[in-house]
Design a protein around this ligand. Structure first.
Ligand code: GLN
Length: 309
């Protein structure tokens, strides 16, 4: 088993931290702009319950795009594969996560995959429940089950901050609604989506969610199958092909771990059959991924030969 000590991780964090100076904190969601660009932390969670970590691992971060892989898992369980993939595709775009460009050229406005904003909005639209409150509660409960932490909640400030400034996501929603892919009220959908993105947790919880994907849907702590094997497999595949936005190809070559990032600087990694990883480093590269977080994963992958390819 790779990396069995906090000291080892601390050294790698110190090394990777040097790269935070080349990144920038996301500020298009004003509340995220308050993060400290020099932060970097990591937790690794093993199936036997051991956890190694370095950095300020108690700090909470909002999931942002990491939530997209989780809402996808829930919706696959709610609706089944056929229903979901009739409405959202399986192909990487090569475009930034918030791009609207390909919606116009892929008939009939079906988003290419669930990891770009357009696709994630369609996925959130598919979460079952009577109203926004019930749909959000179901998603939150699922995330609490995955992380094994019943205290996980969302940040009202982050949700409000995004809701008030989500002009591009509104545009995506209206485009999708025009083409009949989204049926509900756009403001209602954005309310749910921004709350989903604002769900907060620390690196330890992130690593615990990662391990459930790594172990084919089983929480190794409780032995409970939290999602079916094929749902975990589909999610991990999307993490490889689209999880790091339009840097997923390079990430697969250099690191080779299924991972999902968010603009808050979080990365959830799932090393198949081995362990879960949670990273927080809010300074982002130009594609919106944690710049030092990626370096840290690169160091780990090289040192312990973690690439699955
Ligand atoms: N809430 C963010 C948005 O929709 C999520 C994007 C991300 O993390 N890349 O813009």
């Amino acid at each position: 088993m790779p990396c069995q000590s906090d000291i080892e991780l601390k050294k790698l964090v110190e090394e990777a931290k040097k790269f935070t100076q080349y990144g920038k904190v996301a500020d298009y969601i004003p509340e995220l702009g308050k993060a400290n660009p020099n932060d970097l932390s990591i937790a690794i969670n093993y199936p036997d319950g051991r956890c190694f970590s370095a950095g300020d691992i108690e700090k909470k971060i909002s999931l942002q795009s990491i939530s997209k892989v989780i809402s996808l898992a829930l919706v696959l369980m709610d609706r089944g594969k056929d229903y979901v993939f009739e409405r959202v595709g399986m192909e990487p775009t090569g475009d930034p996560f918030n791009s609207i460009a390909k919606l116009e050229t892929t008939a009939p406005a079906k988003p290419l995959n669930p990891m770009i904003n357009a696709g994630a909005l369609v996925v959130t639209h598919m979460i079952q429940g009577e109203n926004v409150e019930e749909r959000f509660k179901r998603l939150l409960k699922f995330i609490q089950d995955l992380s094994g932490d019943t205290t996980v909640a969302y940040s009202e400030n982050v949700a409000r901050s995004e809701f008030e400034t989500a002009f591009l996501n509104r545009a995506l929603c209206y485009f999708l609604k025009q083409h009949g892919i989204i049926k509900e009220d756009v403001e209602q959908l954005l309310d749910l989506y921004t709350k989903q993105c604002a769900i907060e947790m620390n690196c330890l919880d992130l690593a615990r969610m990662g391990i459930v994907f790594a172990m084919d849907g089983v929480d190794p702590q409780s032995g409970k199958q939290i999602m079916p094997v094929d749902v975990a497999r589909i999610c991990k595949t999307f993490m490889v092909t689209c999880g790091m936005y339009n840097a997923s190809g390079e990430f697969a070559i250099k690191i080779g771990i299924p991972a999902k990032s968010g603009v808050s600087g979080g990365i959830m990694g799932a090393v198949p059959g081995k362990f879960g990883i949670g990273i927080f480093g809010p300074a982002l590269d130009e594609k919106g991924n944690s710049i030092a977080g990626i370096k840290l994963l690169e160091f780990l992958s090289k040192k312990y030969q973690l690439s699955m390819f």
